[in-house]
Design a protein around this ligand. Structure first.
Ligand SMILES: *[C@@H]1O[C@H](CO)[C@@H](O)[C@H](O)[C@H]1NC(C)=O
Ligand SMILES: *[C@@H]1O[C@H](CO)[C@@H](O)[C@H](O)[C@H]1NC(C)=O
Length: 436
C-alpha cells in the first residue's frame, strides 16, 4: 500500500487555492475569536496524564503578559535536531500566565495537516487537495477546533510521510493551549461531520492510532496500524516519542539500518526503506513498556477507514440516514450550523446500532485514500483505472452534503460535485422528494 506523499512553486491555480485556503483559515480564526465556543483546554499537572479543569472564561487572544516563558528562552528549539525537555512544566507555566486558555469546558484539539510546497503534477491534484482541506475546515468549524495547514518541509530530510514529525513538534510549541494534536493526512477526509473523537476514552493515553492488536503482536504486519491519522497529546511524552520515532527516519544516520530491521521484523513490509508506519509498529512491538502502554490502538470506529471498502457503500449509508430523518421530524428540522452538535447527539441514538465496521451502515468517521496520491496522480496498481479519483469525488460529495444541508442545498449527483439544488422545506419528510 503506497503511502501518502508530500511533494513540492506557485502557479495561478495554486495561488488561487492558497487565497481560498487563507480565507477559510480566516473564517476559522474568526470563529475561534467568537465566544460562541468557549472551549479551551487545560493541562497536565503531571507528565503523561492530565487533569482537566472546568471553567467558563471566554478566550482572550489579546491578553499576553510580560512574564518570561519558554518562548523567551534562546534554548527553545522548534527544530527536531534538539530535544525539548521539561515541556510539561514549560507548558503549564505558559498556561498559568494565560488563564483564559486554561479554563475550559472540553479538551482542545488542533487539527494538523498539510501538503507539498509546490504545485501538483497531476492536473486534478491541487483541486482535490483544496477540497480535502475544505472538508477538514468544515469539520473544525462545526466542532470549534483549530486547524493548521502546513506546506513547507520543516526538516529538509524529513519529506513525504516523515514530514509530519517536525510539523507536530513545531505545532505543539505554537499551540501550548491545545491538549491534543490531531494529525490527518492530506488524502484523508472526515465522512461523518457529526462524529466527535471520544477523548474521555483516551484520558490515560498519549497517542491514539487506528489498528488491530492481533496484527501488531501476532501477525507483526506493517499494516497493523495506520500512521496517517492519529491523535497525539501535547506533552513531554510526545516530544520524546517524536524524537525516537523521527530517529528511525531519513534524518538519522541509522536510517538504512532501520530499513533492514523493520523489514526483518515486519514480514509483509514490501519496500526496503524505513517508513513511519512500520517504525510505529516496531515501537509498539519492541518497546511496549516504554511506549506501547501509552498508545491506544482504536478500532471501534473508523479513525482511519480504508476507502476501497467504504466508497461503494455511500449511497446505501446516505439512504439509511435519510430513512431516519423520514421517521424523526426533529432530525430533519432546519438549524443553524452553530448548534448542529446538539442534533448530532440526538441522532446518535438512531445511528449507534449501524456500526461503521464492515457490513455496518454508520457513516465512517474518516475515509483515507491510502494508495492513491492525488498530487502526483500515482496510485497502487491494484486500484484500476480512475477508481481513486472517482472514489474521492464520491467521498467529498458525501461529506459535503452533510455540510451543505445546513446551508439549504444538496449535491444532486453524488458522483459529481458541480451540481447542487436547494433542499425543499422539511426534506425528506414529504414522500414526493425523490432525489439523492
Ligand atoms: C483581554 O485582555 C486585554 C489585555 O489584558 C484587556 O485589555 C481586555 O479588556 C481583555 N478583554 C476581555 C474581553 O476580557
Ligand atoms: C461534472 O459535471 C460538469 C458539468 O456538467 C462536467 O464538466 C464535469 O466533467 C463532471 N465531472 C465529473 C467528475 O463527472
Amino acid at each position: 500500500m503506497a503511502k501518502p506523499i508530500l511533494q513540492t512553486k506557485p502557479s495561478t491555480r495554486s495561488l488561487w487555492a492558497v487565497a481560498t485556503a487563507a480565507f477559510l483559515i480566516f473564517c476559522v480564526l474568526w470563529t475561534f475569536n467568537n465566544p460562541v465556543w468557549p472551549s479551551f483546554s487545560t493541562i497536565l499537572s503531571e507528565p503523561n496524564t492530565k487533569n482537566c479543569l472546568q471553567g467558563g472564561l471566554p478566550l482572550n487572544t489579546s491578553q499576553e503578559p510580560t512574564d518570561k516563558t519558554f518562548y523567551d528562552d534562546p534554548k527553545t528549539y522548534y527544530t527536531i535536531d534538539k530535544p525539548m525537555i521539561n515541556w510539561d512544566e514549560k507548558r503549564t507555566e505558559w498556561l498559568k500566565h494565560h488563564p483564559t486558555f486554561t479554563s475550559t469546558t472540553k479538551n482542545r484539539i488542533l487539527v494538523v495537516t498539510g501538503s507539498q510546497p509546490s504545485p501538483c503534477k497531476y492536473p486534478l491534484g491541487d483541486h482535490l487537495l483544496l477540497r480535502f482541506f475544505k472538508n477538514k475546515v468544515d469539520y473544525c468549524r462545526i466542532h470549534g477546533y483549530d486547524i493548521f495547514y502546513n506546506n513547507a518541509f520543516l526538516d529538509p530530510k524529513m519529506r513525504s510521510f516523515w514530514a509530519k514529525i517536525p510539523i507536530l513538534k513545531a505545532a505543539m510549541l505554537a499551540h501550548p493551549e491545545a491538549e491534543w494534536l490531531f494529525w490527518v493526512d492530506s488524502d484523508a477526509m472526515f465522512t461523518d461531520m457529526e462524529f466527535k473523537v471520544p477523548l474521555e476514552r483516551y484520558k490515560d493515553h498519549n497517542l491514539v492510532v487506528h489498528g488491530w492488536p492481533n496484527l501488531i503482536y501476532e501477525k507483526k504486519s506493517w499494516v497493523a496500524v495506520n500512521a496517517g491519522v492519529f491523535l497525539i497529546r501535547n506533552c513531554q511524552w510526545s516530544m520524546d516519542f517524536l524524537d525516537v520515532w523521527g530517529n528511525m527516519g531519513p534524518k538519522s544516520p541509522d536510517y538504512p539500518k532501520w530499513g533492514r530491521i523493520l523489514r526483518s521484523t515486519l514480514k509483509d513490509k514490501m519496500f526496503p526503506e524505513s517508513d513511519d508506519q512500520s517504525a510505529l509498529i516496531y515501537l509498539l512491538l519492541k518497546e511496549k513498556k516504554k511506549w506501547g502502554d501509552m498508545i491506544y490502538v482504536e478500532n471501534e470506529y473508523s479513525l482511519h477507514g480504508y476507502w476501497l471498502e467504504i466508497v461503494k457503500k455511500f449511497d446505501y449509508i446516505a439512504n439509511k440516514y435519510l430513512g431516519i430523518e423520514k421517521r424523526v421530524p426533529r432530525l430533519r428540522r432546519r438549524r443553524a450550523e452553530a448548534v448542529s452538535e446538539s442534533y448530532a447527539a440526538e441522532r446518535e441514538g438512531y445511528v449507534a446500532e449501524g456500526g461503521d465496521r464492515r457490513g455496518g451502515w454508520r457513516r465512517p468517521f474518516v475515509t483515507h485514500f491510502t494508495g492513491c496520491q492525488p498530487c502526483s496522480g500515482d496510485h497502487n496498481p491494484a486500484y484500476e483505472g480512475d477508481s481513486c479519483w472517482v472514489g474521492m469525488e464520491r467521498a467529498l460529495n458525501f461529506a459535503d452534503n452533510q455540510v451543505l444541508r445546513n446551508y439549504g442545498f444538496v449535491h444532486l449527483d453524488p458522483g459529481n460535485g458541480s451540481h447542487v439544488r436547494p433542499l425543499p422545506f422539511d426534506y425528506p419528510g414529504d414522500e414526493s422528494h425523490e432525489f439523492v
